[in-house]
Design a protein around this ligand. Structure first.
Ligand code: 7RM
Length: 635
């Protein structure tokens, strides 16, 4: 019996039980039967949760790029690996076959070696969503260099912090990037960042926008002439299972960003396995994840997961609103996308617009739609399900984190019955527990607890670069022996999990625990509301009271704000109860969001409290200017 692909619900439970009873046998079989190894592991897993030390496929030798590319060439050499859809819909899409990608990656890998990059060196990749970002990531992995992709929207100081933290020797960037109507000066940002980055010796520059840029003598080189001259024969580095594959920074609740370190074999096995099963990937499918490769979702489900399965994966350079609000739907139609994976924030923003944008396209190629990044509220869930999935595509709400490497809780398309706002069941190998305040495991259902995982899985990040103590403190100390996610969750009577949001988003009002997400859901149900965020602020009698920041839809109706405030509270009363009514409602034109679409609640909390003293690190905000507007309008 093979464990790689789950065929039905009964088999899911069988595999799940096997993965708990005999995790070594379970993962050993998956690893052995579906990947190419120089040497296989006998021990499979070794761990010490107290010390936060975890090893998977102990002592095995492997190269992840050989598994992404080389082993597919005989069967799928002429199959499209990557469909590159450019920002401008009038430019033609590029279909890169497995043969092409293999050759481009090999050339790039040889260039890196010629430039002095060796196994274990860190390379910062600061590129837009163009094929070279995929090629650069894979070229690093082929020669054992550790890639550190920094999202090409981060500021110079944010890039510099990340480059310095992991002492990158090289930066790969471009002369610029296209995003909608805008051209972004990436090289200028790198030039500024590198004023403070002594570890960087070389900068390779991809030509994309033809913008005029400065090249620094002795440091900067155009990439294309180097790759053209390079050989496309590149022997892959033999990597130990636990050699670092990449570093990816994630913002902590305080302090500097955490460089999460993922290692080679466990990440490989887990991303491939989760991709295959969550999305029910089949041989001729066309998979599109709209994330940027600068985030974990792009690493795991644009690149590694799909390529490990020999899939065709779409890479989109642009934005959902350019040239108009139908761009996503037009691309799905054009490339006959079968699986579409995006974030609730994108869905909500497109759902605000006229339905004709989505109804123009039949979207008949779609089989599965997915959501990731934040809880998907009921209204957005239905809009996505009805208007994109046509009520016939399973909607997989996938819960996971940068730290988890791959999806941990999600319905498996065509296997797990879905339920709006529930991520549903853990994947095999994922032993989820809910913990109460006294650090006891919660056995009951319908209770919210802290979401923890009590056994390691292959995809878990192994450490924080340069700071193992912080890794231990952040993830393994709140609940000894367990990995603590920082999220809260509710389990229903059949064992489905609903992620209720960060645990620190729970607000206790008059002794009642209230999650911000359900309150926001209720507010968003009001026809005038586009989006909202709720935070707590100190209150003499109730302990905490609720403050709502509300964005209205564009339409000119609902001018009467006093009336609207009453109606919104009535909605909350109706949906949750009078206890959840807001004490204050401030109408705003936007919310402070990180570049991955998460609301920075820390800032809203401070404003609600009236504490304008120190907003902490706001370098990751997409729209820092909104903070002043909200401050001025505070009630
Ligand atoms: C993949 C990703 C992780 C945090 C996580 C949650 C939230 C992600 C969902 C979700 C509810 C989901 N990595 N989150 N997915 N909440 N339902 N399906 O987003 O490191 O950037 O963020 O995102 O709070 O802890 S991440």
């Amino acid at each position: 019996m093979s464990y790689y692909k789950i065929e039905n619900l009964e088999q899911y439970f069988k595999h799940y039980n096997k993965s708990v009873r005999e995790p070594r046998k379970f993962w050993s079989k998956i690893a052995s039967e579906n990947f190419t190894w120089y040497q296989e592991s006998e021990k499979i897993v070794e761990f010490d949760m107290a010390e936060a030390k975890i090893k998977w496929f102990v002592d095995a030798k492997v190269n992840i790029v050989k598994n992404c590319l080389d082993r597919h060439l005989s069967k799928r050499g002429e199959k499209t690996a990557i469909i590159f859809e450019p920002n401008n819909p009038n430019d033609s899409a590029e279909h890169i076959t497995y043969n092409d990608l293999y050759s481009r990656v090999s050339k790039m890998a040889n260039v890196l070696r010629e430039q002095g990059i060796k196994k274990g060196d860190r390379v910062c990749i600061y590129l837009p969503m163009i094929p070279e970002i995929a090629v650069s990531v894979l070229a690093c992995a082929r020669i054992g260099a550790i890639h550190s992709v920094v999202f090409a929207g981060f500021s110079a100081s944010a890039v510099a912090t990340r480059i310095n933290d992991s002492e990158c020797k090289m930066v790969i960037t471009s002369d610029g990037g296209f995003r909608g109507e805008k051209t972004i000066d990436l090289k200028g940002i790198i030039d500024e960042a590198l004023l403070n980055c002594p570890s960087v010796e070389n900068v390779l520059v991809v030509k994309r926008t033809n913008s005029s840029i400065k090249m620094k003598e002795g440091r900067d080189q155009w990439l294309q002439p180097l790759t053209e001259a390079a050989s496309d024969n590149c022997i892959a580095e033999i990597m130990d299972s636990e050699d670092p594959l990449f570093i990816l920074y994630t913002s902590g609740s305080t302090g500097k960003p955490k460089g999460m370190v993922h290692t080679t074999a466990g990440y490989m096995v887990y991303t491939a396995y989760s991709f295959k099963n969550v999305f029910n990937y089949e041989e001729n499918d066309v998979f599109w994840c709209t994330a940027d490769i600068g985030w974990i979702t792009g690493h795991s489900y644009i690149l590694y997961g799909p390529l490990l399965n020999g899939a065709t994966t779409v890479m989109f350079e642009g934005v959902p609103t350019y040239p108009d609000f139908s761009r996503f739907w037009e691309i799905i139609e054009k490339h006959k996308v079968t699986q579409f994976y995006t974030a609730p924030t994108a869905i909500r923003s497109l759902a605000k617009e006229n339905l004709s944008y989505v109804q123009k396209y039949p979207l008949k190629s779609l089989k599965v739609i997915g959501s990731v990044g934040e809880p998907i509220n009921e209204e957005a869930w239905h809009w996505y399900n009805d208007h994109v999935g046509g009520k016939r595509c399973p909607l997989v709400d996938t819960w996971w984190q940068t730290e988890t490497g791959g999806i941990l809780i999600s319905a498996l398309a065509f296997i797990t019955p879905t339920k709006p706002t529930y991520a549903s069941l853990p994947l095999p190998g994922i032993q989820v527990v809910l913990m109460d305040e006294k650090r006891n495991e919660i056995e009951d259902n319908q209770v919210t607890g802290s979401l923890c995982i009590k056994f390691p899985w292959p995809g878990i990040a192994r450490t924080i670069w340069g700071d193992h103590q912080r890794y231990k403190d952040t993830y393994f100390s709140a609940f000894p022996g367990k990995y603590f996610t920082g999220d809260g969750a509710l389990r229903d009577e059949v064992g489905y999990y609903r992620i209720t949001g960060r645990v620190d988003d729970v607000i206790i009002v008059s002794g009642h625990n209230l999650g911000t997400a359900p309150i926001e859901d209720a507010i968003n149900e009001h026809p005038a509301v586009a989006e909202s965020a709720v935070v707590g602020f100190p209150h003499d009698v109730k302990g905490n009271a609720l403050y709502g920041f509300v964005i209205l839809k564009e339409s000119g109706e609902y001018r009467d704000r006093a009336n609207l405030t009453k109606e919104i509270n009535q909605h909350i009363s109706d949906h949750i109860g009078p206890i959840a009514k807001l004490d204050k409602i401030q109408f705003v034109s936007g919310l402070p969001k990180t570049r991955s679409g998460k609301i920075m609640r820390r800032i809203l909390r401070k404003i609600a409290e009236g504490d304008f003293s120190n907003f902490g690190d706001t370098s990751t905000l997409l729209n820092p200017e909104i903070v002043d507007e909200i401050k001025e309008g505070r009630l």
